[in-house]
Design a protein around this ligand. Structure first.
Ligand code: PLP
Length: 230
């Protein structure tokens, strides 16, 4: 199947899941994860109307997207993978959002670099909810510390939370993970009424239907759009 056909199929399936969950049509945004796929694949998706992409490595994102961005002003890019502090200044000019803010030191660097260039950037806080690699803030205390730090930053905008569910065929474990993120999002909204926690980035190719049932507003889909990564 072509990338355009895959996009069409995923979009239809997302609409169906929204309906089934009693959610408003269009309330879930689709981010196409293009890691390991070439610029031509991104172009094919762009031509099919997909404008939002995600990459998990800074070097790969720069090589692939610098040219694409010049020629396609509608293109939007999020960083979704682990980010080293010394790479922050390279990626900030390219991305609308860093979804993988997982420690205070990283957030500090983002705040510092964004202020230097006076260019605002959105962030999501990655929260650990059971995934094997243990990515993300491990507990509420460490997460709240980081949010407190963000509250004083002029050029960093909080948009919500991100998580990865455990890689598992046990639907209960996956669902519990998404539920934990949704609950944390609600708790943060109450605690920080002046910050925006409206985004819940959860759900990948294998589990996005469950994520939508549990309140996801942003799904990150690679394989189901671009095929198996080699
Ligand atoms: C690779 C990746 C995805 C997409 O995974 P698929 O299973 O290919 O849809 C989503 N989120 C993150 C953080 C990733 O690294």
């Amino acid at each position: 199947m072509s990338i355009a056909e895959n996009l069409e199929r995923v979009t239809a399936s997302v609409r169906e899941a929204e309906l089934k969950a009693g959610r408003k049509p269009g309330s879930v945004e689709l981010l196409a994860v293009s890691k390991f796929n070439p610029a031509e694949s991104v172009l094919a998706a762009l031509r099919a109307g997909q404008c939002l992409f995600g990459e998990n490595r800074v070097q790969e994102a720069r090589e692939k997207f610098e040219g694409l961005r010049r020629d396609n002003p509608a293109l939007r890019l999020h960083l979704i993978g682990t980010l080293q502090r010394n790479k922050v200044r390279h990626i900030l000019p390219m991305v609308e959002c860093v979804q993988s803010v997982d420690r205070v030191e990283l957030l500090s660097e983002i705040g510092k670099r964004a202020a230097e260039t006076k260019k605002s950037v959105d962030v999501l806080f990655e929260f650990h909810t059971g995934e094997q690699s243990k990515a993300g803030f491990p507990d509420e205390t460490s997460l709240l510390k980081a949010i407190d730090l963000l509250a004083g930053m002029e050029y960093v905008r909080c948009r919500g939370l991100m998580t990865m569910a455990p890689w598992s065929t046990d639907e209960k474990a996956v669902r519990a993970s998404f539920r934990a993120l949704a609950a944390m999002g609600e708790s943060c909204s109450r605690r920080y009424p002046n910050l925006d926690f409206s985004t819940l980035s959860m759900g990948m190719s294998g589990d996005y239907r469950i994520a939508i049932e549990e309140g996801s507003t942003l799904i990150r889909i690679g394989t189901a759009i671009f095929g198996e990564r080699t």
